[in-house]
Design a protein around this ligand. Structure first.
Ligand code: G4P
Length: 534
């Protein structure tokens, strides 16, 4: 295997998802700890009051203690080069999560053992299921009182509709959490706590070891024997192919805080996941080992560094090798460019890089030329990766600058924030007055918009709620724009345009969608649109 091939095949790229507080940040931190990327716990995330997680770039995140935007980190572990994509922990930002998942090859879902499937777990899972992405489940906080393990699995299967395969099984919980039983090797991994600051000490013991009673108590030994029997009899067979198609989720138990079960998880996970997966560009599948560089932009983030007012475009390298000094072709922009200040995140540090390989995520300085979904490839190639779908917003507001003199800054700010994919904006060329309508998937995005316009563009917003809850992109048979007078539109329906000139309809009710659909047979109404993708 050439160096090039081995570099690509040792890469693993996954996203981590959870309901807030299930332990996503803690688990991420422990991965970094095992990978030697950080020397001690507490670097990624400090105490709540001085929350300093790497992903908490924006003030609003700090104020609310939530992670609004997602971040990316890379670390090395046992020869693997691992890229972790963190995802926002709030349902209002599920579109951002979806885009992040486009850049990942698998997802790790963290579940709180006392709470099981929570509201946000359901939402995020739905987003994962849209892509059939392999999902690995880590049932966390076993060092606390946990729900019955069988019950947790049943809930996962029933609520999320995915089969589960417990790869290991917990021995006790709360202060009696002793370790996990590895079903494959049929060995017990017994952990000794050291306060969670360093890697926990793990001892492997055979199931038939005569000292087992002393180690885990006779009661837990008996309970484990009974549970293994039940498991072996009842649980689904392990099938790697089904795992890789997102149909079967391998389940692991542990405690991120005390480091119990984190390393066994990482080891199984890395072996079950694949090297960077291909991505489609129309009829072609672009393989990671393809000779030529290619990548797509899945996230744009402004003002990560307030002092510099910079804007970073994050891209997933799909194929080949990226070299900092080489020119690449930006397909949607129709230009050859040099990617400026390419960087990767290592724990809390950003570092400038010279090269990166398929599977890696790099951030580049964006002078305002990139949109979500854009393709970059080797000069001479011109394919476009399939667009990243835009979610239909569910909340709409009419928005203007309080100070009419600031219209220019207002429009610039709105356009830039929309280009990042943080909001969607629409104009109203069909009604007498030119208005700007903002659409979002979750209302917290309005708060972010208001905050950012004030802080980054010095514009105070006036927002007015609109009664629409649904949006459909319009497709016509001949591809030509529709004329408003040719449409039969009832009450509570409005024809608008996005900033790329695509026509859309806003609806107040589902009923109005059906009504309009029936009376305008020349239209196809689409739930997912091109939005900012070209
Ligand atoms: P999130 O990113 O999914 O939102 O969760 P995060 O890691 O921030 O964890 C949420 C809380 O749960 C934190 O406590 C964290 O210490 C705790 N936690 C995470 N994993 C475990 C675990 O395995 N066992 C136990 N017992 N607790 C765990 P906090 O008090 O809210 O914050 P902090 O004061 O520890 O920073």
């Amino acid at each position: 295997m050439s160096k090039y091939e081995s570099e690509i095949s040792r890469r693993r790229t996954f996203a981590i998802i959870s309901h807030p507080d299930a332990g996503k940040t803690t688990l991420t931190e422990k991965f970094l700890l095992y990978g030697g990327a950080i020397a001690q716990a507490g670097v990624v995330k400090g105490k709540k009051n001085s929350r300093a997680a790497t992903s908490d770039w924006m003030e609003i995140e700090k104020q609310r203690g939530i992670s609004v935007t997602s971040s990316v980190m890379q670390f090395q572990y046992e020869g693997f080069c691992i890229n972790i994509l963190d995802t926002p922990g709030h349902q209002d930002f599920s579109e951002d999560t979806y885009r992040t998942l486009m850049a990942a090859d698998s997802a790790v879902m963290v579940i709180d053992a006392a709470k099981g499937v929570e509201a946000q777990t359901r939402k995020l899972f739905k987003v994962c299921a849209m892509r059939d992405i392999p999902i690995f489940t880590f049932i966390n906080k076993m060092d606390r009182e946990a729900r019955d393990s069988f019950e947790l699995l049943e809930e996962l299967e029933k609520e999320l509709g995915i089969e589960t395969y417990p790869v290991n099984w917990p021995i006790g919980c709360g202060k009696d959490f002793k370790g996990v039983y590895d079903r494959d090797s049929r060995k017990i991994i017994h952990f000794t706590s050291n306060g969670g600051a360093k890697a926990a000490t793990a001892t492997e013991v055979e199931l038939g070891d005569p000292n087992l009673d002393d180690l885990i108590t006779p009661q837990l030994h008996q309970q484990l024997t009974d549970e293994i029997e039940l498991l072996d009899g009842a649980a689904a067979e392990f099938d790697l192919d089904r795992v890789r198609h997102g149909k079967l989720s391998p389940v692991f138990f542990g405690s991120a805080l005390t480091n119990f079960g984190v390393e066994p998880f990482l080891e199984h996970f890395l072996r079950m996941t694949t090297a960077p997966l291909p991505r489609t560009a129309g009829d072609t599948l672009i393989d990671s080992l393809d000779d030529n560089f290619s990548a797509f932009v899945f996230k744009i983030q402004a003002n990560m560094n307030k002092a510099h007012r910079d804007r970073i475009a994050f891209m997933r390298i799909v194929s080949g090798k990226f070299e900092a000094d080489k020119e690449v072709y930006h397909v949607q922009g129709g230009k050859k460019i040099r990617l400026s200040r390419p960087q990767q995140l290592m724990a809390a540090e950003r570092e400038i890089i010279e090269e990166a390989y398929a599977g890696d995520i790099i951030g580049v300085f964006d002078p305002g030329i990139f949109s979500i979904g854009d393709t970059l490839c080797a000069p001479g190639k011109k394919f476009k990766f399939d667009p990243i779908p835009t979610f239909a917003p569910e909340h709409f507001r009419r928005v203007r600058s309080l100070d009419t003199m600031k219209r220019k800054q207002f429009l610039k700010g709105m356009e830039q924030i929309a280009q990042e994919g943080a909001i969607q904006i629409f104009k109203t060329p069909y009604s007498g007055m030119e208005e700007v309508i903002v659409g979002v998937v979750g209302t917290l995005q309005f708060d972010v918009l208001e905050y950012r316009l004030k802080n980054e563009y010095n514009v105070d917003l006036y927002m007015e709620g609109l009664p629409y809850e649904y949006l459909r992109w319009i497709e016509t048979e001949d591809g030509e724009p529709v004329k408003e007078e040719d449409l039969i539109l009832g009450d509570g329906v409005k024809l608008v345009e996005d900033y790329k000139g695509n026509q859309l309809l806003l609806f107040a009710t589902q009923w109005a969608i059906n009504w309009t659909d029936e009376r305008n047979k020349q239209l196809t109404l689409l739930e997912f649109g091109g939005g900012w993708q070209r």
